[in-house]
Write a protein that binds this ligand. Structure first.
Ligand code: URA
Length: 238
């Protein structure tokens, strides 16, 4: 039988504040469930396909949250930021309240695709070095990129503090200054360090793909959206 829960607990689990606060919102007639006003905090609902509104804003019940964001520059991927606002300030507060975390960090000046979730197992699986999901970066270099530099990146560059040289899985020149670099690892400042190791410099960095999931063209800087089942399937390694 489908799991049922009372409305007060449902809203609390979904990140809308303390049980007491959720109870008050319900009694104040601020909630509709599946299209019908509900002012009884103890009324139980099946969690399957449950939709509700809070002060007119529509939501769907989600056991876990899986999102993608187009990270803007000058935002930090941390809950405790040092110099810039946090990317979590771009999300609705109930998601932050649910404890969502980004999966791997992008530097504050890097833009592009970042995944965010509150599913610990998913975060662990996606960030595990064993998982090796390829990530594609669009790199704008300060100096024109030569064939020799591309060959060097593909053959492997030696980074300080690494035992062995690290090679990109792919490196394609898009224009004189722009390359698409595919990496299997997510080491600290990896793209910037690899580009520095070939005597060039990163002037702009954007992550455009994770696995087979591309940053959607219509997801603007600073916007986020829920991952579909298809998006999640596209996050496998190949
Ligand atoms: N590599 C970097 O150098 N910076 C990032 O933000 C991501 C990958």
């Amino acid at each position: 039988m489908a799991k049922k829960l009372d409305l007060e607990r449902i809203l609390h689990k979904q990140g809308f504040g303390s049980r007491k606060l959720c109870r008050i919102m319900i009694i104040n007639e601020e909630i509709t469930v599946n299209g019908v006003l509900c002012d009884d905090p103890d009324m139980e609902f099946s969690l399957e396909n449950l939709s509700y509104t809070i002060k007119g804003e529509p939501w769907e019940y989600r056991e876990k949250s899986y999102l993608m964001m187009h990270k803007p520059g000058n935002y930090e991927c941390s809950h405790k930021t040092q110099h810039h606002p946090t990317i979590y300030s771009l999300l609705p507060f109930p998601l932050v309240e649910r404890g969502v975390q980004c999966i791997g960090r992008l530097d504050e000046d890097t833009t592009g695709l970042i995944l965010i979730s509150d599913d610990g197992q998913f975060i662990h699986r996606m960030s595990s070095p064993k998982h090796k999901v390829p990530k594609v970066y669009e790199v704008t270099c300060k100096h024109p990129v030569s064939d020799a530099q591309i060959a060097h990146i593909l053959n492997g560059v030696q980074l300080v503090d690494e035992d062995a040289p690290i090679a990109a899985l792919a490196c394609d020149r898009i224009s004189e200054h722009i390359i698409h670099m595919t990496l299997a690892e997510g080491k600290y400042h990896q793209v910037k360090r690899m580009v520095a190791a070939i005597s060039n410099r990163v002037d702009g960095l954007k992550r455009i793909r994770i696995g087979r999931l591309s940053l959607p063209d219509d997801l603007k800087l600073g916007e986020w959206r829920w991952l579909s089942d298809e998006d999640i399937a596209n996050l496998s390694a190949s």
